[in-house]
Design a protein around this ligand. Structure first.
Ligand SMILES: Cc1cc2nc3c(=O)[nH]c(=O)nc-3n(C[C@H](O)[C@H](O)[C@H](O)COP(=O)(O)O)c2cc1C
Length: 183
């Protein structure tokens, strides 16, 4: 199963969503599960939820960590999020707080080395930006580092840049990037 984490908060107006949907079409992906983050009502961890969570983890009770279990079992992951304020919308960070569960999706060995326990070996990161960042795309850098922590060895960027420089060219740039996707 390919798990899609959709953090495209402009809904069907979103270029990032159009981009990854075109990819799914071209790649003829069949077994796909899409999680739209804006439909989950996720809250950031706070003192109380952190205490509850630590208590469950200390008892090895992972039943309530549905999102983390779903992420751990996926064969492949696709994350889609626009470039916001030099990385991505905070809703995606909140989602990560919910799937980063010690002992379930990652853990440490006796030497203090981190190991990821997720099945997926590949994460595809779809993003679109208003400007140009090249190698310094902090959203992608963050996702790549997180993938390593979760045991996902390959993190592949699908990034379109410069969409807001001249708004009249936005649709053309997007269409060209979609055209360039391998079928
Ligand atoms: C809240 C917000 C923050 C943004 N921050 C940046 C930014 O830091 N750098 C940038 O180049 N573009 C920024 N943009 C522009 C978006 O990255 C760009 O328009 C993108 O294509 C939007 O993707 P979407 O159509 O999937 O929503 C921002 C847009 C919004 C709404």
């Amino acid at each position: 199963m390919l798990l899609v984490i959709d953090c495209c908060l402009r809904g069907d107006e979103s270029s990032t969503r159009a981009y990854y949907k075109a990819f799914l079409n071209k790649a003829c992906c069949k077994d796909v599960e899409i999680v739209k983050l804006d439909e989950l009502g996720l809250m950031p961890l706070d003192g109380e939820t952190l205490r509850e969570r630590d208590e469950l983890i200390s008892r090895g009770n992972y039943e309530k960590f549905c999102l983390a279990r779903q992420f751990k079992e996926a064969d492949e992951i696709l994350v889609a999020a626009p470039f916001w304020d030099l990385s991505f919308p905070s809703m995606l960070k909140v989602y990560f707080e919910h799937i980063m569960v010690g002992g379930l999706t990652f853990g440490y060995d006796e030497q203090g080395r981190c190991h990821g326990y997720c099945r997926a070996k590949r994460l595809l990161y779809f993003s679109t930006c208003g400007g140009y960042y090249g190698e310094r795309h902090l959203g992608y850098e963050y996702i790549k580092a997180l993938s390593v922590m979760l045991g996902i060895t390959e993190c592949i960027p699908y990034i379109i840049e410069g969409l807001d420089i001249d708004p009249s060219k936005r649709e053309d740039i997007l269409a060209r990037a979609i055209e360039e996707l391998k079928s």
